[in-house]
Ligand binder design. Structure first.
Ligand code: 2AM
Ligand code: CA
Length: 266
């Protein structure tokens, strides 16, 4: 069974590579990060992203050479085998600014769908995990989404894409509608953290427009296994190829789709 194989892989990763990798990222954060920009001045890559990804990929090549890899910095694609979908540092802008809100996100996908995932936050020393059918945990303790029924009582978290100029008015319309209908908005700067904290009952909804598979693979499974729902902003079940995402506790999902209907595209 593929889920068992995926769980075994995450166990091995957590027991061997992760402690040292987390320590490495914590120690490096306050040093010279050799920050480079990618597509624009907001889209950063640091020596931390590159070294973190190198360590993770080296481990996979040595321990599970038959697996496929899709990683933010090095590329790759979904393959026939179990695919590791890796964000070596999610929340790079936070990381580069000395903030503790960054995470290593490791999803395992089978036939293009997440089947197991792990999100570790080195500075917060916290690990979220899930596998299909086994529920979601925070440091080994089962977690679940909120039971909030009313959007007026809901706390919403979002993020803004790096290439925001062409859609700035649309983004602001979404923020406006959320502020008018919900209790408040937060922004962590890491989609993986947003999804974990939704799964943990801290947020009621998370939406974002321009995400990549490595941002969401682990986190969206953690949300689903915690009892939440994950679609795109058109309301279709979220797939890793979809760029827009709405994750909620399930109860407020239809209402949030309506509140965010400015983002519908057909
Ligand atoms: P990153 O830190 O790994 O770059 C910020 O809102 C969140 O969205 C972060 O998880 C960030 O990932 C991600 N993000 C922002 N703009 C993105 C883009 N254009 N493509 C993919 N991910 C993006
Ligand atoms: Ca990243």
């Amino acid at each position: 069974m593929k889920v068992e194989a995926a769980i075994e892989r995450l166990n091995r990763f957590e027991a061997t590579v992760l402690p040292e990798l987390a320590e490495f990222l914590r120690n490096l954060q306050n040093r010279d990060l050799a920050i480079k920009t990618k597509r624009n001045a907001r889209d950063l890559v640091t020596v931390a992203d590159l070294e973190s990804e190198k360590r993770i990929v080296s481990f996979i090549r040595a321990a599970f050479p038959e697996d496929d890899v899709l990683a933010e910095e090095g590329g790759g694609d979904f393959g026939e085998a179990l695919t590791w979908v890796i964000d070596p540092v999610d929340g790079t802008v936070n990381y580069a600014h000395g903030l503790p809100l960054y995470a290593i996100s490791i999803g395992l996908a089978w036939q293009g769908k997440p089947i197991a995932g792990l999100v570790h936050m080195p500075a917060l020393r916290t690990t979220y995990r899930a596998a299909i059918g086994s529920g979601a945990t925070c440091d080994g303790v089962p977690i679940g989404v909120t039971d909030t029924l009313e959007t007026s009582q809901s706390l919403v978290v979002t993020g803004f894409p790096y290439e925001r100029e062409p859609i700035i008015d649309l983004l602001m319309t979404g923020v406006r509608s959320t502020l008018m209908n919900c209790r408040g908005i937060r922004r962590t700067g890491s989609a993986a953290i947003d999804l974990c904290w939704l799964a943990h009952g801290r947020f009621d909804a998370h939406y974002e427009l321009n995400l990549a598979p490595w941002d969401t693979c682990a986190g969206e499974l953690i949300v689903r296994e915690a009892g939440g729902r994950v679609t795109d902003l058109n309301g279709r079940e979220h797939e890793l190829k979809h760029k827009s995402l709405l994750a909620t506790n399930g109860r407020i999902h239809e209402d949030m789709l309506r509140i965010l209907s400015v983002f519908r595209s057909e």
